[in-house]
Design a binder for this molecule. Structure first.
Ligand code: FVH
Length: 283
């Protein structure tokens, strides 16, 4: 079914979202602070609105994707939101999502907050995921429409939950990036071909290790950090070796040292028999 949808914010991500909705046959109205960014979408069939208020009026479903939450507020302020469903796909903090949900409700609209787990090039392709939270009613009503942009997954009625899970997933990603950058520095210090190391050794290893995460999650939920894999004392000694080897190679272990510090703290408290999952108690 073709819907009237408005997209406010046509940066890299907003433009990709609007394009996917147009390609799916929806009637899309667009608005952007810098108007010229609408031109490629107008060429593909979008209608351009002169103001955010005009854009909000045109769509029952209003998608906002701008830099940050203060910008969302600036964009929506002054528009008549009554009866609309506002889907905010701007990245932010859980508390910002909660405040935005209240503000939108005060203005007579239903609210979904979203966390985009994709880059613009992935939109409307397999592998793209958007997490949604806040109004279950709005999600149920528009789930099929939202699924045009990316797999749509509702994670709860707490408005901040999508933002929190988005940040948690980014945290996992940054941890992996930190480890991979240190590994790259170590490998290049020995003049070993980095691409070969990464493709044939590192990536398969990380995939195998990723499988352990669910086991750790179970241990953390149960508060049971007994291990049959490797205890913290073994990991503490391993970290000492790692850091010493880095220094011998002339490489700074800066991204590893915070993890080492937490392992040292936990073992110093006499908990070296536990597994790595126990470190969560230190955070
Ligand atoms: N790009 C990505 O890979 C990530 C993936 C995960 C989610 N993020 C979030 O999406 C939001 C938008 O990101 P973006 O990539 O589209 O960013 P830009 O291309 O830089 O476009 C920014 C748009 O925001 C508009 N804007 C900024 N400030 C204001 C304001 N005060 N009032 C109105 N609009 C504003 C900007 O307008 P203009 O500069 O073109 O006039 C762009 O439309 C973001 O939360 C990411 O974290 C993307």
């Amino acid at each position: 079914m073709s819907e009237n949808i408005s997209v406010l914010g046509l940066g890299l991500m907003g433009a990709a979202l609007a394009e996917s909705l147009l390609a799916a046959g929806h009637r899309v109205t667009v608005w952007n602070r810098t108007p010229s960014k609408a031109d490629p979408l107008v060429a593909k069939g979008a209608t351009v609105a002169a103001t955010p208020a005009e854009a909000v009026e045109a769509g029952e479903l209003v998608i906002v994707c701008v830099l940050d939450y203060p910008a969302v507020r600036q964009v929506l302020e002054g528009a008549s939101l009554t009866g609309r469903v506002i889907v905010n796909l701007t990245s932010g903090r859980p508390s910002e999502a909660g405040a935005m949900a209240s503000w939108v409700a005060e203005h007579g609209a239903d609210y979904l907050d979203g966390g985009i787990m994709a880059v613009p090039q992935m939109i409307a392709k397999p592998g793209a995921l958007i997490l949604y939270s806040a109004s279950q009613t709005a999600f149920d009503r528009y789930e099929r429409t939202l699924a045009v942009m990316a797999e749509a997954r509702f994670v709860g009625t707490d408005p901040g939950m999508a933002a929190l899970l988005d940040l948690a997933m980014l945290t996992g990603m940054y941890g992996q990036i930190a480890g991979c950058l240190e590994a790259a520095a170590l490998v290049t210090s020995a003049k070993y071909p980095l691409k070969q190391f990464t493709a044939s050794l590192l990536v398969p290893w990380l995939n195998a290790m990723a499988a352990l995460q669910v086991h750790w999650a179970e241990a953390i939920e149960a508060g049971d950090h007994a291990t049959q894999v490797s205890n913290l004392e073994v990991n503490r000694a391993g970290m000492e070796t790692l850091v010493a080897a880095f220094r011998e190679q002339g490489v700074k272990p800066d991204l590893l040292l915070p993890l080492k510090a937490v392992i040292d703290r936990r073992t110093a408290r006499g908990l070296g028999h536990e597994g790595l999952s126990g470190l969560v108690e230190e955070l």
